[in-house]
Write a protein that binds this ligand. Sequence first.
Ligand SMILES: *[C@@H]1O[C@H](CO)[C@@H](O)[C@H](O)[C@H]1NC(C)=O
Ligand SMILES: *[C@@H]1O[C@H](CO)[C@@H](O)[C@H](O)[C@H]1NC(C)=O
Ligand SMILES: *[C@@H]1O[C@H](CO)[C@@H](O)[C@H](O)[C@H]1NC(C)=O
Ligand SMILES: *[C@@H]1O[C@H](CO)[C@@H](O)[C@H](O)[C@H]1NC(C)=O
Ligand SMILES: *[C@@H]1O[C@H](CO)[C@@H](O)[C@H](O)[C@H]1NC(C)=O
Ligand SMILES: *[C@@H]1O[C@H](CO)[C@@H](O)[C@H](O)[C@H]1NC(C)=O
Length: 601
Amino acid sequence: MALLSPTLRGIVAAWTLFALVAYASPVDNVKRDSLSSIPSGWLMHEDLPSAETMITLQVGLKQQKVDKLIEALYEVSDPDHKRYGNHLSKEQVEALVQPHPSSLAAVDDWLTSCGVDPASATRSPAKDWLTVTVPISLAEQLVNAKYRTFNHMESKRKVVRSLEYNLPASVSEHIDVIHPTTFFGSSSLTVTTPSRKRSVPLESGSLNSTGDPCTSQPFNLITPACLMHLYRFDDYVPRAASKNRLGVVNYEGDLAVNSDLQSFFTQFRPDAVNSTFGIQSVGGGIISTNFSSDEASLDVQWAMGLTSPTPVTVYSVGSHAEDGLDVSDPQGDPFLGWALFVLNQTTPPQVFTTSYADTESAVPVDYAKRLCNTFAQLGARGISVIFGSGDSGVDNDVDCSAVTDTTPFQPSFPGGCPFFTSVGGTIGINPEFGVGGPVSPPSNYRGSGGGFSNKITSENIQVFPRPSYQDKAVSAYLKNLGSTYEGLFNRSGRAYPDIAAQSNNFAIVLDGETDGDSGTSASGPVVAAVISLLNDFLLSKGKPPLGFINPWLYSKGFKGLNDILIGQSEGCNGRGFNSSTGWDPVTGLGTPDFLNLQRLL
Ligand SMILES: *[C@@H]1O[C@H](CO)[C@@H](O)[C@H](O)[C@H]1NC(C)=O
Ligand SMILES: *[C@@H]1O[C@H](CO)[C@@H](O)[C@H](O)[C@H]1NC(C)=O
Ligand SMILES: *[C@@H]1O[C@H](CO)[C@@H](O)[C@H](O)[C@H]1NC(C)=O
Ligand SMILES: *[C@@H]1O[C@H](CO)[C@@H](O)[C@H](O)[C@H]1NC(C)=O
Ligand SMILES: *[C@@H]1O[C@H](CO)[C@@H](O)[C@H](O)[C@H]1NC(C)=O
Ligand SMILES: *[C@@H]1O[C@H](CO)[C@@H](O)[C@H](O)[C@H]1NC(C)=O
């Protein structure tokens, strides 16, 4: 038995795994998921969690009219449809996702048969989620699997998960997903900010006229003034701040500190000095603001620095004590915890930005689909969901030493979900390049995340096929690409990113020090800010917000973007896609030009 690290006593290596997944299951059981190995980055403890430890199971019941929900989402988001902008209310969305009464009954029967009182469960307003807290021994009976304790090697976070789960046939068809089981994922969220460096200046063709805000700053940092000038919203004065709100989502105790924010304002946005952000704790998320993190400081300083005086609320999701089990976390998984929390709010922010990503292959099919449909619910409510596309080109969170010419690309998650907006990264001004590769100016991270969803079910059905709103733009790219990289990605998968923004050397203040920060973590808040200001304009005219923006972006909005024609994305061993005319898997449709976008509304 190999002990991989002296500090992680009692942890077994992945090769003992086969001995542990073989849990006897009765014949009428349906195998819901089973992992062939422990997800990379995690180690399994030899000791079993104690049978009396309480664990909170989140059960996602089958949503009855999910097809109707998606149809409604597309109608209210399609600028040529008569329902455009007519977003659904909380109650209308809940009516569509309500489970069928037979599903409610089957799930109650299943709980009862295992000795769990259905009345002890808490339920979401639509009853499509059920939460029960039970001893691990009982949870193991419910999902017909063994729970084990795992450590995340990097964060040292400890969780309880199973390597498979099985449900009786009588209830299986009524359940979409159960968490925690085989999904380790967003508990190991990789923040997309890799580096804090100010050493790499903007090299190629920086504007250099006297007083230009992009060259008159020290160290060639990108500042709010520079960015607002570059994307042409330096003259826009928000006028609907009382009706508009921008949400920033941070996880794992990442927080922004007010004194750093004030120092950022003093240097870069003096008119915003003394304004601050609201904090919403989700699932026990920390709300103290005296512990600073890189990611949260970048997100909050830039969200506020670009949209002031628009109110910004930070959703701080899940507090994870260094060594604590997360089994009693009432909100369970962080992405889901955040999304379900927002769906339960009557007037949530109209735009959310999230600079955290997972790896598509690490997310089980059931979970990926259900979370994606949850984004569809947010979109139907008129909420724009924005994620950075990842910082390692075509190979998200991959150990490059194991990559050969035939290793498929590794997309990020939720990159493949069609119901949110993915933001890639650019560098340089005049021209603006996609990030990565020898053609682009040197950047502080590897490459703008981008590619095509690869996810398939065990029956070989594609989980996230290309949505029709992308057909024209993406087929044109694929036609030019020809057979390059054939077999390494799925041509018919949802392609990402959708849009891009600057991402290198963003000014931030961390622990009192001004520094540069890079990655698509920076691009996400920029695009979120632009959408939020476009919403401000719409709201000031009494119109609804943009909501799920992709159908508009691909049919009309792209004309208000700067098409990025040069640069590459860089994954492992130099492989990656090129930026090119029209949509590409490096910079999507391009970077925002606020004045042009505003004209198109
Ligand atoms: C939804 O919000 C209501 C009112 O704020 C709260 O009482 C309830 O516990 C929430 N439900 C869930 C499932 O979070
Ligand atoms: C900007 O212009 C000044 C004056 O013409 C010149 O000295 C400087 O090298 C220029 N900087 C860049 C980055 O081109
Ligand atoms: C910010 O608040 C401090 C303390 O209340 C006050 O002295 C200062 O004038 C304010 N600054 C601005 C720009 O409003
Ligand atoms: C924040 O400050 C308070 C009071 O100074 C302290 O008790 C608390 O531990 C601090 N929190 C963090 C996260 O550092
Ligand atoms: C693409 O998806 C199809 C299923 O739709 C699958 O058969 C094929 O293996 C996938 N190709 C790659 C390269 O992932
Ligand atoms: C990217 O462009 C270079 C230079 O034009 C070309 O050699 C290469 O094949 C292109 N790669 C892809 C993936 O399109």
